[in-house]
Design a binder for this molecule. Structure first.
Ligand code: PLP
Length: 384
């Protein structure tokens, strides 16, 4: 039989057939009227998913491109900024802001910790005049989803702009750009938005645009003002990834048809199903055992087992792709993603595969209970 593959990572994620179908349509020109309609609808749908009245600027890049856009547009060399990190993507904010010459106050937590708003308040008081606070909503490397509403409120109290990495959280867990006063929300296409990789987004508040007008770092492709002016005329400054924009339009249509609240509820139940199945097997969670942790479940490899071997056995023997650990967590944890076009049978597939592979590796795990427990947990009432 032809090989069947299961993509169960926190990005890229599986793409629904309706979205794949538009990718195969004949090319259209990005300055033609038929594209403009699609572009306009995609941008409007993005604003709806972001829950913002601000512009959402669209770039042809991976999510990190939108990170770079935020930093390039907001930074003048020497500006004091504060970065909260507790994993790989928080550390990316620190590296990028340093690359642009910012004076970086780095609140560096252990990977896997959950940032505490009161710690941020103290760090801001100690740091003095901080222009921008950079946060991560869903730290995909650890499975922690931070309380960015509370963190953003603290940063605002200190008079700073707030930039949030929502690459793996947008569309999966609640995020209120305007209601929570977030100046810049950074995201990408290949996670909960159910598209292939290649599009990146920054929502930009008026205050962020004002700071960008004063900031002196060089930028061209990622220049917010150039992009904003062009988008206002439904004209991209450069050739956009036309097919991906068409795919985004369809994918966001599917997400909004489901309803954001329904999607958040589904993700919370998927996370719960995954955690309960993992625990039933006797494995230990690395990510928090809480409903907010609905993006990716990180699991400690049992003693004597390298998590990289779990990942490669699943892929090579069973056609199941999950993610390993990053940085110091390499070899120690493996991660099952559950964002975007996922249902509970994706979770049970992952759990059954993990069970098989670990049992064959001689790990001491409970057989035959994970799938049943996951299915039960999926049906239980969500509390997020
Ligand atoms: N931030 C988070 C939380 C992510 O999960 C990712 C994805 O890998 C990124 C940033 C970087 O996005 P990309 O790999 O699309 O550049």
């Amino acid at each position: 039989m032809a090989e069947k593959r299961y993509l169960l990572t926190p990005g890229p994620t599986p793409v629904p057939p309706e979205v794949l179908a538009v990718l195969a349509e004949p090319m259209i020109h990005h300055r033609a009227r038929d594209f403009k309609g699609i572009y306009e609808r995609s941008l409007a749908r993005l604003r709806e998913v972001y829950r913002t009245a601000n512009d959402v600027l669209l770039f042809t890049a991976s999510g990190t491109g939108a990170f770079e856009a935020a930093v390039a547009n907001l930074t003048s060399p020497g500006d004091r900024v504060l970065v909260v990190s507790a994993g790989n993507f928080g550390e990316r904010w620190a590296a990028l802001t340093r690359a642009y010459g910012a004076d970086v106050v780095h609140v560096r937590l252990e990977w896997g910790e959950t940032p505490d708003p009161e710690d941020l308040r103290s760090a801001l008081a100690e740091a003095g005049d901080v222009r921008v606070v950079y946060l991560v909503h869903s730290e995909t490397s650890t499975g922690v989803v931070a309380d960015v509403q509370a963190l953003a409120a603290v940063a605002k109290d200190a008079g700073a702009l707030v930039v949030v990495d929502a690459v793996s959280s947008l569309g999966a867990v609640p995020l209120e750009t305007d209601a929570w006063g977030i100046d810049v929300v950074v995201s990408g296409s290949q996670k909960a938005l159910m598209c292939p990789p290649g599009l990146a987004f920054d929502s930009v508040s008026d205050a962020a645009l004002e700071q960008a007008a004063r900031a002196t770092s060089p930028r061209y492709v990622f220049d917010w003002e150039r992009t904003r002016k062009a988008q206002a005329k439904l004209d991209a400054p450069f050739t956009p990834a036309v097919s991906l924009v068409k795919a985004l339009d369809v994918a966001l249509g599917l997400l909004l048809e489901e309803g954001l609240e329904a999607a958040f509820d589904r993700h919370a139940r998927l996370g719960r199903a995954c955690r309960e199945g993992v625990k039933a097997m006797g494995l230990q969670l690395f990510s928090p055992d809480e409903d907010r942790s609905a993006v990716v479940t990180a699991i400690r490899a049992p003693d004597g087992v390298d998590s990289g071997d779990v990942v490669s056995s699943l892929r090579d023997r069973l056609g199941i792709t999950i993610a390993g650990g990053q940085g110091d967590l390499k070899g120690k944890i493996f991660r099952i993603g559950h964002i975007g076009w996922f249902d509970v049978f994706d979770i049970t597939t992952a759990l059954a595969g993990v069970e098989l592979v670990l049992a064959d590796a001689g790990a001491d795990i409970e057989r035959g209970v994970a799938v049943t427990r996951a299915l039960e947990a999926y049906e239980s009432h969500a509390t997020v």
